[in-house]
Design a protein around this ligand. Structure first.
Ligand SMILES: Cc1cc2nc3c(=O)[nH]c(=O)nc-3n(C[C@H](O)[C@H](O)[C@H](O)COP(=O)(O)OP(=O)(O)OC[C@H]3O[C@@H](n4cnc5c(N)ncnc54)[C@H](O)[C@@H]3O)c2cc1C
Length: 413
């Protein structure tokens, strides 16, 4: 490294929020390097066939729109409801290309660990002197492993893909890890590429959120052309409907998903059998169908055995915090998100993510100076996050970094 060089802001994750962090850094004149472990917006591409609930204007900042149009790209209209794939192709991937004029965008580069150069987690506890010491990142790319130093880190690595387990109590049930080819935890392209796995088959869907609802609705659509398709829908909660509606939900697509899924669960002669108030105890080889699943009634603990072809476990995701385990990050023991933000979120009464604000910069600060967790990862296990919040978060963080990094001493090497 050159003598007297100031270090970049390291942005971890090239999803919508990481890219917005890069936009904010570019406009603030902060040098940045963004690491994405796969291709740009890799997580969104995994559910690219699903339509977003929120209109484009909520998912992409005005600044990002301006950068795109200045580089000659057509910007999607404000109200458009894009699929995940369209969002990547029409906005996020071109934005990443545009951002290369301002900083480094490193795809296929996974940040494995972050620490402070020469300091351990237990050194200078809660002491702002840690700020004077650069961050040290261990990065793994196809070209090999490397160490990168940075003055600040914005962790936007999301939580999608790091799924919760379907077993009773949130740990794997007996057998859960033995059938990886038959148990998925995401949103397969049921009417497209993954159709053969589900048509005229019996699928167990587990979970009471919008991801489970999406799978139930898509499987039911498949049942219209392939009438042997059956769905057993298990929810842990015993409510009047599987997906409680949000009062006066202004995201029309989200509300109609809840309405449609609830109708399917209620129908007597449809393809869906709803089993409220059950948890999964064990999964074994079946006799007539490939999987035999032991369910227990959460109230009276009575057991029921069903046989199915496949399982879709949609019981949420949680952040992978191993990346920053050598840093002094104060986490909530319930949500696994950064503590101050978690406390602010717990104080909220509305289940509607639209009702939320970003809660300001203070809740994003942790005992580790100049280290910030933003985006969906900052919400820990909560699924209420919206991209709109992440955009506000990274704008606040970048404004803070512009102030704190302005007076930094160049690193002497
Ligand atoms: C089906 C579905 C529909 C949704 N619809 C909406 C909607 O309509 N509106 C809305 O606001 N939100 C919606 N969400 C939530 C939405 O996914 C998030 O708001 C958004 O993707 C979060 O962006 P993010 O950048 O925080 O995380 P992600 O999109 O998860 O991006 C994280 C990125 O970090 C990368 N990464 C992970 N680990 C590392 C590492 N160690 N090193 C380097 N890179 C790494 C990943 O590959 C990924 O590209 C939806 C979610 C799902 C699953």
């Amino acid at each position: 490294m050159e003598s007297g060089k100031q270090l970049p802001v390291a942005i971890l994750g090239g999803g919508p929020v990481g890219l917005e962090a890069a936009v904010a850094c570019a406009l603030a004149g902060l040098d940045f390097v963004l690491f994405e472990r796969g291709t740009i917006a890799d997580n969104i591409q995994k559910w690219g066939h699903v339509q977003l609930f929120s209109p484009f204007s909520m998912n992409f900042s005005q600044d990002a729109c301006r950068l795109l149009s200045e580089s000659g790209q057509t910007v999607p209209s404000e109200g458009s409801l894009l699929t995940g794939r369209e969002f990547v192709e029409q906005a996020l991937a071109p934005l990443a290309e545009t951002l290369k004029r301002f900083g480094r965008i490193e795809a296929d580069s996974e940040v494995m660990y972050v620490s402070r150069d020469g300091l351990l987690k237990s050194d200078l506890i809660g002491n702002s002197q840690r700020q004077a010491v650069p961050f040290r990142l261990f990065v793994k790319a196809e070209s090999g492993e490397s160490t990168v130093l940075a003055d600040a880190v914005i962790d936007c690595t999301g939580s999608f893909g790091n799924h919760n387990w379907i077993g009773n109590g949130g740990i794997p049930c007996v057998g859960e890890q033995n059938f990886p080819e038959r148990i998925r935890y995401d949103i397969p392209d049921i009417q497209g590429a993954d159709r053969a796995e589900y048509q005229d088959r019996k699928t167990l869907v587990i979970g009471g959120g919008y991801t489970a609802a999406t799978n139930v609705v898509n499987l039911s659509e498949l049942a219209k052309t392939n009438p042997q398709t059956q769905i057993v829908w298990v929810t842990r909660r015993r409510c009047s409907v599987p997906v409680p509606r949000i009062a006066n939900d202004s995201l029309v697509g989200r509300d109609s998903l809840a309405v449609n899924a609830n109708k399917l669960a209620d129908a007597d002669n449809g393809p869906v059998t709803w089993m409220p108030g059950y948890v999964v105890e064990e999964i074994q080889n079946g006799v007539n169908l490939p999987l035999s699943v032991v369910l227990s009634n959460a109230e009276n603990h009575e057991r029921t055995v069903i046989e199915v072809d496949a399982i879709l476990g949609n019981v949420g995701y949680q952040p992978d915090r191993s990346l920053y385990k050598e840093l002094q990050v104060h986490e909530c023991y319930a949500s696994l998100g950064p503590m101050k933000l978690a406390a602010a979120l717990m104080g909220e009464t509305s289940a509607d993510c639209l009702a939320q604000a970003s809660h300001g910069i203070d809740v994003l600060r942790s005992p580790e100076p100049n280290f910030f967790v933003c985006g969906s990862k900052s919400y820990g296990r909560s699924s209420r996050f919206l991209m709109r919040i992440g955009i506000e978060q990274v704008q606040l963080v970048t404004a803070e970094l512009s102030r704190t990094l302005a007076n930094r001493e160049p690193v002497q090497t």
